[in-house]
Design a binder for this molecule. Structure first.
Ligand SMILES: *Cc1c(COP(=O)(O)O)cnc(C)c1O
Length: 460
């Protein structure tokens, strides 16, 4: 394509230019400081200009994007980012993303992209297998675990109300028989948002007591019924702990309740023989939400929702119009809230195909071992580790809340690595999540040295 104003900006040149800049960025992200320098963040102001009257050369547009944008990113794809629960990007996933970007498929319907629909279906089946979930689960790809939670809760809502003789699609929610929602007291904030979007406000929720690791106490479950959605957790975002799913699911199902699992990162432990026992019992639930952009290290955005009763999902998510000619095969759009969307199944497929069971298992076990190494070193140095490090999450205190906060801030500013903060059961802690494929032993030791140096300085 040539435009009149920019005769030289040929498509291939623009793409090659962007690709070479991207490769440079990826390589640099391993070496550079993790948080961007303040001057680079300040430089973002240069983006603030009046909407241009005339076109710009695409080469120059990409150049500006890279010159100003790249230095002001956080190097989450390098090996030393341990904030929140954030994976990196496997090279194969990034490469597949480039190709999928070139395809620019609308993955809503099979007729708009047979390739996207097929890859998504294959990838979803593999995910079910990896997570040890029922083979015939139905599923969909959404932006993130929050939307996956939302989609599952809406499917649950429709199914429970249908059993009570109420059709949500026709009659809506006003005047519907009441549904009770039960969550653990350590429920993730995103699930609360998902529930509120689905019509279940915070005051309507019943909280179940948790133990010192944040696990729901099965002996504290309230009476449940065929109008209850019970939400449990595989992998607490602070401690990494898992609810006792087997016992909870048995009890819930005896009483006719629907069990939903928030397993944004934790469910992936099922791939490892070493950690699999943590995920036992979760396969008995009715729906699951997880992320591919966390531990699987697929690019953003890639959330996954799985539902055992596919009819429940489709009856809540199908949209009909004369021109939406659905075929006999699975239609992506009938499993998720979105219609038009990008083909996120492409990267998901590429990551799974490239890693295989062994690669994924090694990624999970390696990152868990690094978390263990960090926890051991903190304890040795006399700092308190607040959680049982059963997975890839570590909570460490450097003394008082004030001191711990100061250490966290200083570590972030120093730039070797990036860790966030949290308050765990009343105690302020640094929160470390190891889930990037890119993290090496050297990254762990460099980061540890920086944290211990700063922690030690504040102690004296
Ligand atoms: C990260 C996380 C979420 C939210 O995931 P998003 O992809 O950011 O929406 C939900 N639950 C748990 C346990 C998480 O760790």
């Amino acid at each position: 394509m040539q435009t009149k104003t920019n005769p030289k900006a040929k498509t291939a040149d623009v793409l090659r230019n962007a690709a070479s800049r991207a490769i440079h960025y990826v390589e640099g992200a391993r070496e550079r400081r993790v948080a961007p320098a303040e001057k680079d963040v300040r430089n973002l102001k240069k983006f603030r200009e009046r909407f241009p009257d005339s076109p710009s050369d695409p080469m120059k547009v990409i150049e500006k994007l890279d010159d100003l944008g790249s230095p002001a990113t956080v190097a989450t794809t390098g090996g030393r980012y341990f904030g929140f629960v954030i994976g990196g990007t496997l090279p194969v996933a990034l490469a597949a993303n480039w190709l999928a970007g070139a395809w620019d498929q609308n993955a809503g319907l099979r007729v708009m992209s047979p390739a996207a629909a097929e890859l998504e279906e294959v990838a979803l089946r593999w995910v079910c297998e990896i997570l040890g979930l029922p083979e015939n689960c139905d599923g969909g790809l959404v932006t993130c675990a929050t939307t996956a939670n939302f989609t599952a809760v809406v499917a649950a809502r429709s199914a429970l109300l249908a059993r009570a003789g109420w059709n949500v699609a026709d009659d809506g929610m006003f005047g519907a028989p009441p549904i009770e929602v039960v969550v653990g007291e350590e429920v993730h904030a995103s699930l609360l948002k998902a529930l509120s979007l689905a019509g279940f406000g915070k005051k309507r929720l019943v909280g179940v007591e948790v133990d010192e690791q944040g696990r729901m106490r099965a002996d504290k479950l309230p009476p449940l019924s065929e109008r209850t959605i019970l939400c449990i957790q595989a992998g607490n975002v602070n401690t990494g702990a898992f609810d006792p799913a087997g016992e909870i699911c048995t009890r819930a199902h005896e009483q006719g309740a629907w069990v939903h699992v928030d397993g944004a990162f934790g469910l992936w432990a099922a791939v490892s023989p070493k950690y699999r026992q943590l995920t036992m019992g979760f396969e008995q639930a009715d729906s699951w939400a997880t992320d591919a952009h966390k531990w699987l290290n697929v690019n953003y955005d890639c959330g996954i929702v799985l539902v055992k009763d596919g009819m429940a999902m489709r009856s809540a998510m199908t949209m009909t119009a004369a021109y939406l000619q659905a075929g006999a095969l699975r239609e992506p759009m009938y499993h998720v809230p979105e219609a038009s969307r990008r083909a996120r199944g492409v990267e998901l497929w590429a990551a799974l195909k490239s890693l295989g069971r062994e690669g994924l298992c090694s990624l999970v076990e390696r990152t868990c071992a690094y978390a263990q190494r960090l926890a051991d070193a903190f304890r040795e140095a006399g700092f308190e580790v607040l959680n049982d490090v059963v997975l890839n999450q570590v909570l460490v205190s450097f003394g008082s809340a004030e001191v711990t906060q100061k250490v966290i801030r200083a570590v972030q500013e120093e730039g070797t690595c990036w860790c966030g903060g949290t308050v765990w059961q009343g105690k302020t802690a640094m929160r470390i999540s190891v889930c990037s494929w890119a993290t090496t032993e050297e990254d762990v030791e460099l980061s540890l040295a920086a944290i211990l140096r700063i922690g030690g300085a504040f102690r004296s």
